[in-house]
Design a binder for this molecule. Structure first.
Ligand code: FPP
Length: 265
């Protein structure tokens, strides 16, 4: 399948768009690095875990609005391969939070026709969480609404290494000629599989890094960085990110036909 980031949106849905956004220039796939939960809590004299709890509300709002506005895929960075190095209490809290949220929200995900997947190396996760993930994925697999990817124990470099290992094994078994490995064959082995690449990456809390997130898939994504801390990320912040995206001229390494005329090239 083609890997070019799509710029079309599912207009078959009846969507109410906020003023100022062009419904024909919405990103198809939005990825989010949800950062700043700890700082949000600290600023309020609260334990860090309260920031994560508040972050879930911001995530629910973002998912609902993306779905309402016809965005086809939302991919969020919930737990990285590096996050295991956080204090044990915080890691345990996050795992329990994922379980609780999945349990609590499954009915509404289903009624909103959300198709949920967890991307990453899921093996080291607690058994109860793995069961809930499998249940949620199965239950929502044939839903027709927004695709919601939750990157959990996800690391971009790890994903690339695992893909290389899978291809090497197939070649060693004589099933795949190494000369035939191209970008599409490689991408099929990533956690994202046949998913189209993100058009827009949003990073909250002002950090200007991609932090091992979707290293392959973000090749041509437009990047929007906001100082807003994740728990404060609301409709206004999402509209600002989408409006910023709509100002971008996406050339995918080519040239802009309008300005190239003006420059005589
Ligand atoms: C980064 O902020 C945030 C995380 C590592 C966790 C994000 C998780 C959620 C918002 C919950 C999502 C829930 C589900 C079910 C998907 P940080 O702790 O690094 O903040 P800091 O940089 O201010 O310390």
């Amino acid at each position: 399948m083609s890997r070019s980031p799509a710029i079309t949106t599912d207009h078959s849905r009846i969507c109410t768009y906020p003023t100022g956004l062009d419904p024909h220039r919405m990103p198809s796939h939005v990825a989010v690095i949800m950062d700043g939960n700890g700082r949000w809590a600290k600023a309020r004299g609260l334990p860090r875990i309260m920031g994560h709890r508040a972050g879930v509300e911001a995530l629910k709002t973002t998912l609902r609005l993306c779905s309402e506005w016809g965005i086809r895929t939302l991919t969020v960075y919930a737990f990285s391969t590096e996050n295991w190095s956080r204090p044990g209490d915080e890691v345990n809290f996050l795992m329990t939070l994922f379980e609780r949220v999945l349990q609590r929200e499954l009915d509404s995900l289903q009624s909103e026709q959300v198709r949920i997947s967890f991307l990453g190396d899921l093996e080291p996760l607690p058994n109860r969480l793995k069961e809930l993930i499998a249940e949620a994925r199965e239950l929502t697999a044939s839903n027709t609404g927004i695709r919601f990817n939750v990157c959990t124990n996800y690391g971009g470099r790890r994903e690339l290494v695992l893909a290389a290992q899978k291809l090497a094994r197939r070649s060693a078994r004589g099933e795949l000629d190494p000369e035939l490995i191209d970008e599409n064959i490689f991408a099929d082995e990533l956690f994202t599989g046949s998913e189209v690449d993100p058009d827009l990456l949003i990073r909250t809390s002002g950090e200007r890094r991609i932090s091992n997130f979707l290293l392959w898939q973000l090749a041509y994504a437009e990047i929007h960085v906001t100082d807003v801390l994740w728990p404060d990320f609301d409709a206004a912040a999402l509209i600002q990110a989408l409006a910023d995206y709509q100002t971008r001229c996406r050339r995918f390494g080519g040239i802009d036909p309008i300005t190239s005329d003006r420059l005589g090239s």
